[in-house]
Design a protein around this ligand. Structure first.
Ligand code: FAD
Length: 414
């Protein structure tokens, strides 16, 4: 990795929020020789208790940043991905290791592992780039600069600001006002289970999505040091308002009630859970704009999405790569942000829309009966449907997608 161009770059970028989007942005900017500091409200970058998957489109960005070996070391490359029926466990493969679609295999790992890997990579390039205990409250822009304000009354000054501060973004609020969120009548249970508490066949390196009439469960293996774990995310239709929080604890007994009648593998997994969280799944209407002057947004701050295509993390990683490429190519951050928004907005919003549509596909009344379930699954997850659903997501290469020029903006405005 290089950071020897920092003296020639006119930018000093401030990033609000050191989640995955903020850290990949910081790393990608430093990697391109652009000076950057990132400010995080939490006192440490740690989140045990949940897994995530880095799909091919996200992995390409991490590889470009020199993280291929490390990703392969800590993540599990799932050799099998299948749809399974909620009550019988019957399985329909999405791909197997020997097919060409296996190049789309996701890397599955704990969020904590990815955060640590990114933190260490940032610190190798700039040891003091990450500022913890720094809760951003707003910003002031003027005279070619942006000041980022913190809760303790201090401030940091840079030439541009990127709000990567997640679903409840303060930077978004100041730039574009309050954004309404809408509960989708579904909540998610997410849990971690040590594999040695489960029947041996559950230790397979496979990603399964179990589908049922009113719920679906995605299950995959992760590791933490020497322990093998299964992580699951179980989405259930539930009316009534729920909290949109990643950290609310859940009660396994309530979770089990939501899965009465499900296959013994699911029941065994929930019964043996170590850490269980639940969160309400919400959506927001697309923003009219992401950028205003020297300030822009990325990741969940501007395009939060339901988790049904596993793309929240991956879209934030793509944003991070693209925004840093535009800042590298443009001395004017205002122009860089306009071009970045032009490249990214439609893709991220379409992904969010497609993810939301999956709720009605995963949860379908045809799955209630053995007579209709198999036909329904084949009609939704056949090879053509899989290619149409996934290829445009996984094939996008943020590291090489052609950079747009100012003419693209002029044409759009005309
Ligand atoms: C704890 C946690 C658990 C998650 N679990 C899941 C999950 O199980 N499934 C799923 O689909 N998605 C999950 N997500 C969301 C998913 O990680 C994001 O969709 C994706 O990583 C894109 O993230 P982001 O960087 O845009 O935002 P986030 O990952 O939300 O990161 C935003 C960061 O900004 C920080 N921040 C927020 N406000 C301020 C402020 N005022 N000042 C300074 N820092 C601030 C936050 O502490 C956080 O570190 C989770 C997010 C978090 C934070």
């Amino acid at each position: 990795m290089t950071s020897n161009k920092s003296q020639s770059s006119p930018h000093h970028v401030l990033v609000a929020g050191a989640g995955i989007g903020g850290l990949v942005t910081t790393l990608s900017l430093l990697h391109r020789g652009i000076d950057c500091d990132v400010y995080e409200q939490a006192s440490e970058l740690r989140e045990v208790g949940a897994g995530l998957w880095v799909s091919a489109n996200g992995a390409r960005v991490l590889f470009e940043l020199g993280l291929k070996d490390e990703l392969e070391r800590v993540a599990i490359g799932a050799t099998e991905r299948a749809i399974r029926l909620w009550n019988t466990g019957e399985s329909w493969p999405l791909y197997e290791a020997r097919t060409s679609a296996a190049s789309h295999k996701p890397y599955v790992l704990l969020r904590a592992h990815l955060l640590r890997m990114l933190q260490e990579a940032v610190e190798r390039l700039k040891p003091d780039a990450i500022h913890l205990n720094a809760r951003c409250t707003g910003f002031i822009e003027g005279n070619g600069k942006v000041s980022l304000k913190f809760e303790d009354g201090s401030e940091a000054v840079g030439t541009a600001l990127i709000g990567a501060d997640g679903i409840h973004s303060k930077i978004r609020e100041q730039s574009f006002g309050q954004v309404q969120s809408r509960y989708t009548n579904a909540l998610a249970w997410r849990g971690l289970v040590p594999v040695d508490r489960l029947s041996p066949h559950q230790a397979k390196h496979a990603v399964y999505t179990w589908v049922g009439p009113l719920a679906h469960v995605t299950v995959y293996p992760v590791r933490w040091q020497d322990t093998s774990l299964l992580t699951f995310s179980a989405q259930v239709e539930h009316s009534g308002w729920q909290l949109e929080s990643w950290s609310t604890k859940g009660d396994p007994k309530d979770c089990l009630k939501d899965f009465e009648g499900w296959h013994p593998d699911i029941i065994e997994m929930i019964s043996a859970v170590d850490t269980l969280h639940k969160w309400g799944i919400f959506v927001r209407e697309p923003l009219a704009r992401w950028s205003a002057g020297r300030v822009t947004l990325l990741g969940d701050a501007c395009h939060s999405m339901v988790p049904y295509l596993g793309q929240g993390v991956n879209m934030a990683i793509e944003d991070a790569c693209v925004i840093s490429r535009y800042l590298e190519a443009n001395d004017d951050p205002v122009r860089a942000f306009e071009l970045y928004e032009k490249e990214r907005k439609q893709r991220a919003e379409t992904t969010g829309q497609r993810a939301a549509e999956m709720q009605g596909i995963f949860h379908n009344s045809a799955l209630a009966s053995g007579e209709t379930a198999g036909g329904y699954i084949l009609s939704q997850w056949g090879p053509e449907q899989n290619a149409a659903r996934f290829n445009w997501i996984y094939d996008y290469d943020a590291t090489s997608v052609k950079l747009r020029s100012t003419n693209d903006l002029v044409e759009a405005e005309a």
